[in-house]
Design a protein around this ligand. Structure first.
Ligand code: NDP
Ligand code: MG
Length: 396
């Protein structure tokens, strides 16, 4: 039997990180953990190190390193603790590493994810914000290095599964008319509009079908998540924004569809459990057990579809406009959204103000070309600055 593949899991303490480690642990002959990273949940990271025995664990600062080293030493673990963003890049590009799960949330994941791409790794992309921010540069790096980029987002993984393997030559050349990106509609799909003024972070994070980190949960409630996914789909599948149609499908059983010119529509179905796309990408092009229960169509009984309401979900409109504007617009959108969501989670913004803040930032900051990574971070920083000013004027 061949050697197990060595995997780095960036963002191991998060929702995707834990699901990834659950799948990995089911296949010890196939996969071993090379490195894990955490940020604030150090006790969780320690437990994961003891369970998966990685060669390296990465934490954000020296204080965290001292705490983690002490815990590891007491337990007799030989895991080595590394510190900071450069260490995240190092464990992503290390020669021994076969695959990197990019599951840090937000812009913080961009540099380490790009390091994995540039090193030509198999990159399992959950961190959609990285691709949204730097799309053209990111995809150019994939082409240059020969990295294998596999989507973890359930919708994009579904689309990937419904496309033929040679889709890279362009959607038209494989007979695709459009991509149908499904959305659950989140917890506020039917909430009376005036009540949205009062909704709390906990209500926003109570997703009807998926259990996820708090940032993506708020994004799902506002449908900014679908907007980011629209941009993500354009880059991953070389599609134009108008080739991607959002379809609200409240049951989250169909994870997305591909509509072909002959009238065939291919869909991928499954229980809403991220271990399915994770196992699909980890083992691709093979298939492995993910631990997910078989789909029970009789229990589901019906599947519903509706058009998205952009009055209820202005973030979806803002993201589509940013996708159409291109260049720095998606990076500005993403950064303003990160600030807005954080402020909402801290109780400093009301839910409808998330969209207002993002729109204000996009109106103030001109769109420019992004020729290099510095330009990406400059756009990101400028949007954060403007968002901070807006928050000071309108937040509580
Ligand atoms: P979580 O909030 O659960 O996890 C985020 C991870 O990133 C944690 O390990 C966290 O560490 C780490 N982290 C947070 N901030 C930083 C930082 N500044 N520097 C380094 N590490 C950091 O999020 P999810 O797992 O839900 O989501 C992760 C990514 O996957 C997101 O981009 C999301 O959009 C995407 N995704 C998630 C899905 C899901 O079902 N959860 C579905 C599709 C995509 P710690 O916890 O120790 O603070
Ligand atoms: Mg998704």
């Amino acid at each position: 039997m061949s050697q197990p593949q060595l995997i780095t899991v960036l963002g191991a303490t998060g929702s995707i990180g834990l699901s990834t480690l659950d799948v990995i642990a089911r296949h010890p002959q196939r996969y071993q953990v090379f490195a894990l990273s955490g940020y604030s949940r150090l006790a969780q990271l320690l437990a994961l190190c003891l369970r998966h025995a990685p060669r390296f664990a990465v934490v954000p600062d020296e204080n965290a390193a001292v705490t983690l080293r002490e815990g590891l030493r007491t337990a007799g673990s030989s895991t080595e603790v590394l510190v900071g963003e450069q260490a995240l890049c190092d464990v992503s590009e290390a020669g021994e590493v076969d695959a990197v799960m990019a599951a840090i949330v937000g812009a913080a994941g961009l540099r380490p994810t790009l390091a994995a791409v540039k090193a030509g790794k198999k990159v399992l992309l959950a961190n959609k914000e990285a691709l949204v921010m730097s799309g053209a540069l990111f995809m150019q790096a994939v082409r240059t290095s020969g990295a294998v980029l596999l989507p973890i987002d359930s919708e994009h993984n579904a689309i990937f599964q419904c496309l033929p393997s040679h889709y890279g030559q362009g959607l038209a050349s494989v007979g695709v008319r459009r991509i149908l990106l499904t959305a659950s509609g989140g917890p506020f799909r039917c909430t009376p509009l005036p009540e949205l003024q009062q909704v709390t972070p906990d209500q926003a994070c109570a997703h009807p079908n998926w259990s996820m980190g708090r940032k993506i949960s708020v994004d799902s409630a506002s449908m900014m998540n679908k907007g980011l996914e629209l941009i993500e789909a354009c880059w991953l599948f070389d599609a134009r924004p108008e080739q991607v149609e959002v379809v609200v499908h409240p049951q989250s059983v169909i994870h997305s569809l591909v509509d072909y010119v002959d009238g065939s529509v291919l869909a991928q179905l499954g229980n809403p459990d991220m271990r399915t796309p994770i196992a699909n990408a980890l083992a691709w092009p093979e298939r492995i057990d993910s631990g997910v229960a078989p789909l029970d169509l009789f229990a589901i009984a019906r599947l519903d579809f509706e058009a998205p309401d952009e009055v209820r979900f202005p973030c979806l409109r803002l993201a589509r406009e940013a996708a159409q504007a291109g260049q720095s617009a998606p990076a500005l959108l993403n950064a303003a959204n990160e600030v807005a969501v954080e402020a909402f989670l801290q109780g400093r913004l009301r839910y409808p103000q998330i969209a207002s803040m993002i729109e204000a930032v996009l109106q103030q900051q001109p769109v420019v070309a992004l020729d290099d990574l510095e330009a990406v971070f400059e756009a990101d920083g400028k949007a954060r600055e403007l968002a901070g000013q807006w928050l000071a004027r309108h937040g509580r």
